[in-house]
Design a protein around this ligand. Sequence first.
Ligand SMILES: C[S@@+](CC[C@H](N)C(=O)[O-])C[C@H]1O[C@@H](n2cnc3c(N)ncnc32)[C@H](O)[C@@H]1O
Length: 263
Amino acid sequence: MTDRFDSGVAHPARRYNYWLGGKDNFAADRESGDLLAKAYPAARIAARANRAFLRRAVHHLAADAGIRQFLDIGTGLPTADNTHEVAQRVAPAARIVYVDNDPMVMAHARALLTSTPTGETRYVEQDLRNPEKILAEASILDLARPVGLILVAVVHFLPSQEQARQIVHTLLDALPSGSRLVMSCATTEFLTPELRANWDESLRTGRSDVHPRTRAEFEEFFAGLEIVDPGVVAVSEWRPSSAENEERATPVEASIFGAVGVK
Ligand SMILES: C[S@@+](CC[C@H](N)C(=O)[O-])C[C@H]1O[C@@H](n2cnc3c(N)ncnc32)[C@H](O)[C@@H]1O
């Protein structure tokens, strides 16, 4: 771990780990998680629904779209069904590059690097705000062949929509046609006015770092792509699987948009 590691400051990866029921978090993360859950009581349910969306979307890319390369930015701490596990169950030769800016994810990177012998996984510690560096460091990916770009529950940590839009387009511009964008992002559009006001207040007072997007803003990320069925929906409504033994979150509980687009 580096000197940038500070267990006294809450960080999204560890707070999300707390909501998912993991053990890789500290008091500051739990405190921040509980504070956010006051403004948005379904936070834990939303975290699980988002993770399930990631699993279903990666499976779709590998099983239905023949995608064999993945660039997963905002990886999170390793948990069940990491992207390479889902993809390599379908396609053992799949290659995955994980990217995160939390040094604690780096400390757990070994758990992200348990590739099949024919596939490959890499971990890059980098910030989403440096898309060119990410592309340069993702050297195991062949950018002449389609890539699944995974930006799941990460773009909402960028306050500026314009900056986020540019980053997503820089990444997509480097990928060939046939590539996929899998994206999820918090939204307050499904919430009651009262819950929405709570969320806004949390942002204003610095208790939250999750910047929700409107549907129109979320759709901007998919400009020039063809969005596959069922379109832009709450993550829990994106091709829900009856096989998954989980209660389906309502859109209000999930409060995260999810979609998959084809370049
Ligand atoms: C809520 S978790 C999502 C994890 C995983 N994508 C999932 O959906 O299960 C968000 C992750 O994004 C990472 N993150 C936040 N801002 C980032 C940035 N600017 N650059 C890279 N990673 C970032 C956090 O460290 C955290 O691991």
